[in-house]
Design a protein around this ligand. Structure first.
Ligand SMILES: NC(=O)c1ccc[n+]([C@@H]2O[C@H](COP(=O)([O-])OP(=O)(O)OC[C@H]3O[C@@H](n4cnc5c(N)ncnc54)[C@H](OP(=O)(O)O)[C@@H]3O)[C@@H](O)[C@H]2O)c1
Length: 316
């Protein structure tokens, strides 16, 4: 089969299309003939080995040769003990532990996948697992009337988070680069901020800041929080994440504002409720571009260079 593989951290140039054996599913695993795999920033981080936590699996070289975790496709083989799927079933899920989605076939844990609803195309289904799970957990406690800011609102998780916060009745501010401001307004943001020209931490007080790309000091975030406000950090520089986990927790204790990390739970329980809202028409899935498998490096570059609005999907 064809797979897009790499053996060292770097730019998309380190990826190459290779002929490799089709993997065999182990116990409680399925083999998926991949129809679509969406690109997440976590793929970009695994490719570049940056931030530092992206090297947890392998300090000097990547632990997995084929990345790509949000997969939709058909079950092509079944490992022992699999009870929920049969050959040919249409499935989708988050394969973050095993990856392998930028290929014609990928092995996945049965527990990480569910049947694809017929109302969603493979491309749409692949856009959901990681981004929808983050967005749902990040906006779970949003109350009607709350002032919510989504930093990184023009990307995959951000575009779902803006929609979910709006549906909860919040006033939503989206922050991203200038080229994504109209996109964030289109998905429902009430106000938008270009992070390259404006500092959102000086724009007023928010009840919730959902930060997908943290890199600021704790004091800047603290300044932007309303009394009893909450700052949730989902991703960002290793330094920023460390500061949230240490200084942020302490600041929270003495100020009544809460600053913490969101370690997003993975799996169907977290993304399926958003899929249901997509099927009912409440939430839209925004796929900016699709690329054939051979062009996976271009797809990753498109995301890494900051041009992707919503999701980018590979269709082997
Ligand atoms: N906590 C967890 O459990 C968990 C699990 C998986 C993933 N993650 C993290 O979740 C995050 C979301 O990923 P995603 O797939 O939604 O990413 P994405 O699609 O790349 O979206 C991120 C957006 O943030 C923008 N951005 C970059 N720097 C910014 C800045 N300084 N200020 C404001 N916006 C900025 C990007 O725009 P540009 O185009 O300008 O770069 C992009 O539009 C990632 O950080 C990932 O590591 C967390």
């Amino acid at each position: 089969m064809k797979a897009v593989a790499y053996g060292r951290y770097g730019s998309p140039d380190v990826l190459s299309v290779e002929d490799v054996p089709i993997p065999a599913p182990g116990p409680k695993q399925i083999l998926v003939a991949v129809a679509a795999t969406s690109v997440n920033r976590s793929d970009w981080e695994a490719l570049t080995g940056s931030p530092a936590y992206a090297r947890l699996g392998g300090l000097y070289s990547p632990s997995r040769r084929v990345i790509g975790s949000d997969i939709a496709g058909r079950v092509a083989a079944i490992g022992s003990g699999v009870t929920r799927f049969r050959l040919g079933d249409e499935v989708y899920g988050d394969n973050l532990n095993l990856m392998g989605g930028f290929a014609e076939y990928a092995v996945a844990a049965e527990a990480s996948f569910v049947h694809k609803p017929p109302e969603l195309t493979f491309v749409q289904a692949s856009a959901l697992p990681q981004a929808a799970a983050i967005a749902r957990q990040g906006t779970a406690k949003v109350a009607s009337g709350a002032r919510v800011l989504v930093n990184g609102g023009g990307g995959g998780a951000g575009s779902f988070a803006i929609q979910l916060a709006k549906l909860a009745g919040a006033h939503v501010t989206g922050v991203d680069n200038a080229a994504k401001l109209s996109f964030m307004l289109a998905v429902g943001a009430d106000a938008v901020v270009d992070y390259r020209t404006q500092d959102f931490t000086r724009l007023g007080r928010f009840d919730l800041i959902l930060d997908l790309v943290a890199h600021r000091s704790m004091f800047a975030y603290f300044r932007a929080l309303a009394p009893r406000g909450r700052y949730l950090c989902v991703g960002g520089t290793a330094r920023a994440l460390l500061r949230v986990a240490t200084v942020g927790a302490g600041l929270g204790l003495v100020t009544g504002r809460r600053l913490g990390l969101l370690i997003a739970g993975q799996g169907p329980a977290h993304f399926k409720p958003v899929a249901d809202r997509c099927i009912s028409g409440e939430v839209q899935i925004h796929v900016d571009r699709t690329y054939p498998l051979d062009e996976t490096p271009r797809a990753l570059a498109y995301l890494g260079e900051g041009r992707a609005r919503g999701k980018v999907v590979i269709t082997p």
